[in-house]
Design a protein around this ligand. Structure first.
Ligand SMILES: [Zn+2]
Ligand SMILES: [Zn+2]
Length: 330
């Protein structure tokens, strides 16, 4: 099979992914063999390719938003030819205190697709049968791909922020995840207030139906019920906190965050306001989000790349170009 392989992490402008011919992988006893139909490109892939996330395998095929067809069910209940999705969490131990309390997103020993397990920038891959989501028919291969990480994690953030129908919601930052989630919030009759630095993102938020749009740390004209921050900037968390009504929650959708500035407890946190982080996803988040995505007709506009242009797809993320989510089609 052909695959885009990372042997040595390096700046993405030096084209570190190489197209190679490899043997089709053999699934382990709890895995299935999959033919990759589409694989979304995520910001985390860039961190892996450039070595900000230190290598965990001698070499790796990145990619963790995989739409695939089951080639070899390998004794699982999945049917040959079924269309499934693979996400960032490729497996958990199932035995730690977090797994045993329905919080598998916090598992002590997870595997990560395209990082600690070979991913989807390839013609074939393997994945644990019990971590696959069967994809609703309404979603095309290319449209489903960006939903599998950007979408599901965005959806988990909305859950962590305890969003309810019809509420006033703030989105701080407007990248791939926010662009999908606003469509869910609008379908729930929420009023959405978007604060983002980029002019093109501001225009896009307006065109999708945001109630109000402002700059990166601008405060909406009304008090919010809850907010999700996507920008990896501590000041943005403070802006989000400042915009909350009493009892409101800020959910931080960012793996890394620069320092949160000192803030005044009495005026910003008192009144049962909360700041919460969002870590990974559970399988239930994935199932619930994909069902909603199909129901509301969520349709991201994507740009596709063949495998040999995987470096180029990542370069558009590195240079923060305002483009559609990138999807690799082997
Ligand atoms: Zn666990
Ligand atoms: Zn991702």
């Amino acid at each position: 099979m052909r695959a885009a392989v990372l042997r040595t992490p390096a700046p993405v402008d030096s084209n570190p992914l190489q197209l190679e011919d490899l043997a089709i992988p053999v699934p382990a006893s709890n895995e299935v063999l999959l033919k990759v139909l589409a694989c979304g490109v995520c910001h985390t892939d860039l961190h892996i390719v450039e070595g900000e996330l230190s290598p965990r395998l001698p070499w790796v095929i990145p990619g963790h938003q995989i739409v695939a067809e089951v080639v070899e069910p390998n004794g699982s209940s999945l049917k040959k030819g079924a269309r499934v999705g693979v996400s960032w969490i490729g497996g958990t131990d199932g035995t730690c205190s977090f797994c045993l309390s329905e919080r598998e997103n916090l598992c002590d020993h997870p595997t990560y697709t395209g990082y600690t397990h070979q991913g989807g920038y390839a013609e074939y891959t393997t994945a644990r049968a019990d971590f696959l989501s069967v994809l609703p028919e309404q979603l095309s291969n290319n449209d489903a791909a960006p939903l599998l990480c950007a979408g599901i994690i965005g959806f988990r953030s909305v859950r962590v922020a305890e969003v309810k129908r019809g509420q006033r919601i703030g989105l701080f930052g407007f990248g791939a995840s926010a662009q999908l989630i606003i469509q869910v919030l609008l379908a729930w009759d929420c009023k959405v207030y978007v604060s983002t630095r980029e002019t093109q993102h501001q225009q896009f938020a307006r065109s999708l139906g945001a109630e109000w749009v402002g700059g990166g740390t601008d405060l909406p004209p009304v008090a919010l019920d809850c907010a999700v921050t996507f920008a990896p900037v501590g000041e943005v968390v403070i802006a989000a906190l400042r915009s909350l009504a009493k009892g409101g929650i800020v959910a931080i959708n960012a793996i890394h965050l620069d320092r949160i500035p000192q803030f005044d407890y009495d005026s910003l946190l008192w009144g049962e306001r909360q700041i919460r982080s969002v870590a990974n996803m559970t399988r239930q988040d994935g199932r619930d989000f994909l069902k909603i995505a199909a129901e509301i007709g969520l349709k991201p506009t994507v740009t596709t790349y063949p495998l040999e242009r995987a470096n180029e797809a990542l370069q558009t993320i590195r240079h923060d170009k305002f483009t559609n989510p990138a999807v690799i089609v082997p």
